[in-house]
Design a binder for this molecule. Structure first.
Ligand code: CP
Length: 307
């Protein structure tokens, strides 16, 4: 069986919960199960990556799969071969394609127009679904369950924030407060997807563009880098707009038990102070470690394991 994972929307609740729980299982130690049984996994990254590329590569090898890797200049798409032809040919040789484009996900959807090769989105412009799955496994491992958690996300409403909101919307009793700079929030399309799909019972996802009246007593404070994969912003004054949204130790005055999450890479002094990122509340590097265990769960699911 071949399954694609291009968006959190590609997972029903059962699949989402299975992958999250399976990631926790992998982190606890070797897991009996399907593995990849020699499957050939293509890893194609057009943008920089330290964690996601390594997580899927190391995860493939740990599960008994084999790797073919491509850098940004390697495929004939650079010389004009069509997206459709590229996907068709790769699907004749690979079992799984893990791709980071940071572009429109339509390209990945075109590659996924067949059922031989699973396509996994390792980050597109709109969504970073495998990051959200790793984040939820990190939370489930820490708190025992994602249900009922209260989260405060501070910073850019980027592809990581979008996937996080879409994934958390499937767990009951969750509150996610997003505080994003004006003009840099979740896209209207993501809000529309959340509205159309609805949320699990008792779950609230809301966004504001200021740092007034912040929630208190939250379980989790989360931020991400202000310049995702080095993307340049058109507004030369964007730093002035972002400055109030830096995560500093002051947030722990009213949230003393909160853990801190960051998808990394981080810029200490921009989106977060060094005191927080390297401090006692930070799970950022546990979260990075969880990316490989979560990638293993995603690879297994795409090859037919779980629900
Ligand atoms: N968080 C994340 O996606 O890290 P990389 O860009 O290093 O893969």
């Amino acid at each position: 069986m071949t399954r694609h994972l291009i968006s959190i929307d590609d997972l029903d609740d059962e699949a989402l919960h299975w992958i999250v729980a399976r990631g926790v299982q992998h982190a606890a130690g070797p897991v009996d199960g399907t593995g990849l049984d020699g499957a050939v996994v293509g890893v194609y990254f057009r943008r920089t990556s330290t964690r996601t590329r390594t997580a899927f590569s190391a995860g493939t090898l740990r599960l008994g799969g084999r790797l073919v890797t491509y850098g940004p200049g390697d495929l004939q798409t650079n010389t004009g071969e069509t997206t459709e032809d590229t996907g068709r040919v790769l699907s004749l040789m690979l079992d799984v394609l893990v791709a980071r484009t940071a572009d429109d996900p339509a390209e990945m959807r075109a590659w996924a127009g067949q059922r031989r090769m699973a396509v996994i989105n390792a980050m597109s412009a709109d969504e970073h679904p495998t990051q959200a799955l790793a984040d939820l496994s990190t939370l489930q491992r820490r708190f025992g369950a994602v249900d009922g958690l209260r989260l405060l996300y501070v910073g850019e409403g980027n592809n990581t924030a979008s996937a996080l909101a879409l994934a958390l919307s499937r767990y009951p009793g969750v509150t996610l407060d997003l505080r994003t700079p004006p003009g840099y929030g979740l896209t209207p399309q993501v809000h529309e997807r959340l509205r159309r799909a609805g949320t699990a019972a008792g779950t609230v996802i809301r966004e504001r563009h200021d740092m007034d009246d912040l929630p208190t007593g939250v379980d989790v404070v989360y931020t991400t880098r202000w310049e995702t994969t080095g993307t340049v912003k058109p507004d030369p004054d964007w730093r002035t707009v972002y400055a109030p949204f830096q995560v500093s130790a002051r947030l722990w005055d009213d949230n003393p038990k909160a853990v801190f999450l960051h998808d990394l890479p981080a810029h200490r002094g921009d989106e977060v102070t060094a005191e927080v990122l390297d401090g006692p509340h930070s799970l950022a590097f546990d979260q990075a470690a969880m990316k490989m265990y979560s990638a293993m769960a995603v690879l297994e699911w795409c090859r037919g394991a779980g629900r």
